[in-house]
Write a protein that binds this ligand. Structure first.
Ligand code: UT7
Length: 331
């Protein structure tokens, strides 16, 4: 049975930088509050006319170039997002069209902040089952256009950013390299703890003026509850992954946690007993880009020379659903 190797990574973020200071002009917040509670100093937001498919294409092109591959070598696309360009069809087909890959399958996947790792399990299964040799896995998000930028929405608005990250995955001959395992979990009992109620196909109609007036299209969150669950589930998810391979936290060479809040990542780091140089944090510059945080952080870590062949890479995520996930990769 083949294994799945990550042979290229890439990312793209909009060029519009939105500082904490800029947000203080829109809502009652402060740079001190945002930095102290979240670690975020700035994020990137799209300009009008930029689409998720555009961000995804640029990230994908960087991953292809990194791998030394042509777009035509991609045999399937798996794209994770909670903010599709359109209700349907999914952003995956728009990306496929932009890459000129008519005919290959394109799977859209919704697992919010865990989307990239859910996608990794799907892509890994497609490769191990020998249906496809080369799969493009993308996490992309445009959060900024859906945020309540008034003081009412400040708990969410200061957290989120836009961006895309991509990984090119390829079948390699067995051995102990590549994706060692992926573990996924979900608990829909918490679905409304972090969600967007509208637009909704079970409302009559999908979108109404009353929904807009009530702000039901804005995402809402019980931040403390999400925080409490994230700081428990993320270390557990890593420990489960390590136990499956008889490994210990000290075997991890690089941890790429979902970038939800610097305080969450630091608590995960402490619980695992990892030194700073083994943990990737870039939330300071990009905020939380949901399904894109892990592939963006991974692409940056690769470019910074933080992964050597043979290193043990661990990725872990937690988010809306709740969904959570971990993955181990022998680089
Ligand atoms: O990707 C996964 C999904 N998201 C997460 O993982 C997020 C998890 N949760 C968090 O990161 C944190 O809960 C937040 C950063 C969202 C909030 O931090 P917190 O330390 O839990 O603050 P809090 O919700 O307990 O609010 C404390 C105070 C409140 O005021 P009062 O009631 O104490 O007067 C809030 O109204 O801070 C207020 N507040 C703000 N103040 C200034 C909330 N948002 C802001 C803001 N600026 N942006």
């Amino acid at each position: 049975m083949p294994s799945t190797a990550i042979i290229g990574t890439g990312f793209h973020v909009p060029d519009r930088v939105v500082s904490n200071a800029e947000l203080t002009g829109l809502m009652d917040t402060s740079d001190e509050w945002i930095v102290e509670r979240t670690g975020i100093r700035e994020r990137r937001w799209v300009r009008e006319g930029e689409s998720g498919a555009d961000l995804a294409r640029r990230a994908s092109e960087m991953a292809l170039e990194d791998a030394g591959c042509e777009a035509g070598e991609v045999e399937a696309i798996v794209l994770a997002t909670l903010s599709p360009d359109h209700f349907f069809p999914g952003t995956g087909v728009f990306l496929q069209r932009e890459l000129g890959l008519a005919g290959i399958p394109s799977i859209d996947l919704r697992a919010q902040c865990s989307g990239f790792l859910y996608g990794l399990q799907v892509a890994d299964a497609l490769i191990r089952s020998e249906q496809y040799r080369t799969v493009l896995l993308v996490g992309v998000e445009i959060q900024s256009t859906g945020l309540d930028l008034s003081t009412r929405g400040r708990d969410m608005a200061v957290l989120f950013g836009d961006g895309a990250g991509a990984a090119l995955l390829e079948a390699i001959d067995g051995g102990d390299r590549g994706v060692l395992s992926t573990h996924l979990w979900a608990d829909g009992r918490h679905a409304e703890t972090l969600w967007a109620e509208s637009p909704s196909a079970c409302r009559h109609p999908y979108v109404s003026a009353a929904d807009l007036d009530a702000g039901r299209h804005y995402p809402t969150m019980d931040g403390r509850d999400v925080f409490r669950h994230a700081t428990r589930r993320m270390p557990e998810a890593v420990e489960t992954a390590l136990e499956a391979h008889g490994l210990a936290a000290s075997d991890i060479d690089l941890l790429v946690p979902h970038q939800a809040n610097l305080r969450i990542s630091q608590m995960v780091q402490r619980r695992l007993g990892l030194p700073d140089e083994k943990v990737v944090n870039n939330i300071e510059r990009y905020g939380n880009t949901t399904a894109a945080t892990i592939p963006i952080a991974l692409a940056e870590a690769v470019r910074a020379g933080r992964l050597e062949p043979g290193d043990l890479l661990c990725m872990v995520a937690f988010g809306s659903g709740f969904t959570w996930a971990s993955a181990l990769v022998r680089w």
